[in-house]
Every structure is written in structure tokens, then in C-alpha cells.
Write a protein that binds this ligand. Structure first.
Ligand code: PEP
Ligand code: MN
Length: 337
């Protein structure tokens, strides 16, 4: 439930209500808005029998949260959360485009890609160093050397960087290089990884499991918030359907639905969502049109030679053309890019 304090509630009243809730066994999270403070209380409501919180000084009302995800829900926090990725704000009025190769292959490849996507308007650089591959014979990434290249290119370009972390014991290492941790579709319900990422001071982008319900995705995000990390970005990256003409089916419904249910920013990944380079720009446009806060897109100087996800990777020219179109859509829906 949440306890909404009156507009003029004093610090002392807020502290008393928080303490009362802690004494009753609730976990307490304060959220201070411009007008009023809202106290989130997570725990067993049964202990409230005979307790009248609304009678306490400074309390305006007590609102139960009906959703199974609590901290993540719009009922808990009505204002949109803005996540700061190395100085780039995700979830604000300006949409944010993250772009770069699926896999980091070399310094030259990464720098050339970064410079081109940055010139086209991307503000965060993506690149995989630890790659989850369907086949054990696929390229599995450069590992820590990839992270070093990412940090070197950030140094050169000033772009914050996002990269995937696959194992709980890698979180600290990856977080020491990255501005944002990416949790991939195959790990959305790796609860040990979520618990570890929740301890990180770096924001997390949580990709939707390819067969996960929106509710399961939000419950996975709840692990991050409940563990103490409130800087979470949701990413719709396509789900499994009966369709075989595309690699996955980008679930556009999920974007406005997740934004209705949650205050967290939502970005879309039209690269993995389609698996087909020619469909990336149309679905990028669609994602922004339905209200996504940004995009994550794979681009490479020579897609045909990319060591992973070549078929869905845009050339640097195609990426620039896509950005042009995305900007018009962003403006049409009252955002900028
Ligand atoms: C990726 O971003 O390269 C990736 C592996 O994404 P996903 O987890 O969505 O498949
Ligand atoms: Mn990829």
C-alpha cells in the first residue's frame, strides 16, 4: 500500500508514520514529489487490523496497491521515472536512441560505429562483450577486453555505454566499465542475477523474456527495485509467436501497457524484435509512435561481416536514415529526438 501524506506534512510527521510502519514490519520507501511525500509500505496488510493509519497526523489517505508488482506500479508512483545513464536522461521529454554493434569486435569497429551513430543522433553506445548465443559454436564475445574497448570509445566520444551482464559474479566487473547494465531476454528471470544487479549503483535495462508475460516482466523489475535499484529501464525486444517470417514479433501492445501499469521508462529493440534489417526502421517508427521512451538498435560499418546478428544489423547509412524518420515521428507525438 501507499500512504499519501498531506501537502503540508512536516518531516516529523513523515518520520513518525515511517517508523510506525517499520514497527508493524513493513519495508518503507519514501518518494518525495514536488507537492507531497508518498510513503510506500511493502509487507503483510493483515497486521493492519485495528490500526488506523489515516488517523495519524499528516496522513491524507492510505491506498492499497492491487498489482502484484508494487514499487514498479503506477499506483505506487504516478510520475514517470527518469533514469540517468551517464548523464543521458531516459524517460524524459526527449526520446533516447542507444545504438552500436551486437558484438564488440575491435577498437576500430566500435569507434567507427560510435562516431557514425553519434553524428546521426544516438546518445548511448551499445555493444556486447559477453554474448548469450543460441549455438555454443557462435561468437561469444571478447569478454573483459570488450569492456575495455567500450570504455576507451566512451573516452573518445563522450557517449555513455550499455552492455550485457550474464552472470551474478560478473555484475561488479561489468558495472565498473558500463554506465548501464543490460539484462538480456534469456536472463529476465535469472533471479540471482537480478538480486546482484539490484545491489549495483548503475542503472539496469531489463529486456523482456521472449516468452514472458508483461506481468512477469514487471515482477522481474520488482526484484531490482525491491533490492534497492530504482534506476530501471524496461525494454520490449520481441516475443515468440507462431509467426516464422520474422525472428520474433515485436509486441507493440506491451509498450503502452507497460507504461500504463508502471512508472518506469520503456524502450523498444526493433533489431531483435524483427531479426530483419529491412524491418528495423518501420518498427523503430512504430515503437516511438506508441509511446516508447527510446530505442536500442544494432548498427555496424559492414553488417554482412558482423560476428553476430548480421541479418538484423543496420549499416551506418541505414541507421542515419532511420534516425531521420524517427525524429519526425517523435515530433508528431510531442517528443523530440
Ligand atoms: C543483444 O542485445 O544483443 C541481445 C542478445 O539481446 P536479447 O537479450 O534481447 O536477445
Ligand atoms: Mn544482438
Amino acid at each position: 500500500m501507499i500512504v499519501v501524506m498531506r501537502a503540508g506534512a512536516t518531516e516529523d510527521q513523515i518520520a513518525r508514520v515511517s517508523q510506525r510502519l517499520r514497527d508493524l514490519g513493513f519495508g518503507v520507501h519514501l518518494s518525495r514529489g514536488a507537492e507531497r511525500t508518498v510513503i510506500g509500505a511493502i509487507g503483510d496488510k493483515a497486521v493492519l487490523t485495528g490500526v488506523d493509519l489515516e488517523a495519524m497526523q499528516g496522513v491524507e489517505r492510505v491506498v492499497p496497491i492491487r498489482q502484484p508488482f508494487k514499487l514498479v506500479s503506477r499506483e505506487f508512483r504516478t510520475e514517470a521515472t527518469v533514469v540517468d545513464v551517464g548523464g543521458v536522461l531516459v524517460g524524459g521529454p526527449q526520446i533516447v536512441v542507444m545504438a552500436g554493434p551486437c558484438s564488440i569486435e575491435s577498437y576500430e569497429q566500435l569507434l567507427e560505429t560510435a562516431r557514425a551513430v553519434q553524428a546521426a543522433g544516438a546518445r548511448i553506445l551499445r555493444g556486447g562483450a559477453y554474448k548469450p548465443r543460441t549455438s555454443p559454436y557462435g561468437f561469444r564475445g571478447l569478454g573483459e577486453e570488450g569492456l575495455r574497448l567500450l570504455a576507451a570509445v566512451r573516452q573518445q566520444t563522450g557517449m555513455p555505454v550499455i552492455t550485457e551482464v550474464m552472470r551474478p559474479d560478473q555484475v561488479e566487473l561489468v558495472a565498473s566499465y558500463a554506465d548501464c547494465l543490460q539484462i538480456g531476454t534469456r536472463n529476465m528471470q535469472n533471479f540471482e542475477l537480478l538480486r546482484e544487479a539490484a545491489q549495483s549503483t548503475k542503472p539496469v535495462m531489463l529486456k523482456r523474456g521472449m516468452s514472458a508475460l508483461v506481468q512477469e516482466w514487471l515482477m522481474a523489475a520488482e526484484y531490482l527495485l525491491a533490492g534497492g535499484n530504482h534506476q530501471v529501464i524496461l525494454c520490449e525486444r520481441g516475443i515468440r509467436t507462431f509467426e516464422t517470417g520474422t525472428r520474433f514479433t515485436m509486441d507493440l501492445n506491451a509498450v503502452p501497457l507497460a507504461k500504463e501499469l508502471s512508472h518506469l521508462p520503456v524502450v523498444v529493440d526493433p533489431s531483435h524484435g524483427t531479426g530483419k534489417a529491412s524491418l528495423v526502421a518501420p518498427l523503430a517508427r512504430a515503437g516511438i509512435a506508441v509511446g516508447a521512451d527510446g530505442l536500442i538498435v544494432e548498427a555496424h560499418p559492414d553488417p554482412a561481416e558482423a560476428l553476430s546478428d548480421a541479418a538484423q544489423t543496420l549499416s551506418l547509412e541505414e541507421f542515419a536514415a532511420m534516425m531521420h524518420q524517427v525524429r519526425s515521428i517523435a515530433e508528431a507525438v510531442g517528443r523530440s529526438a
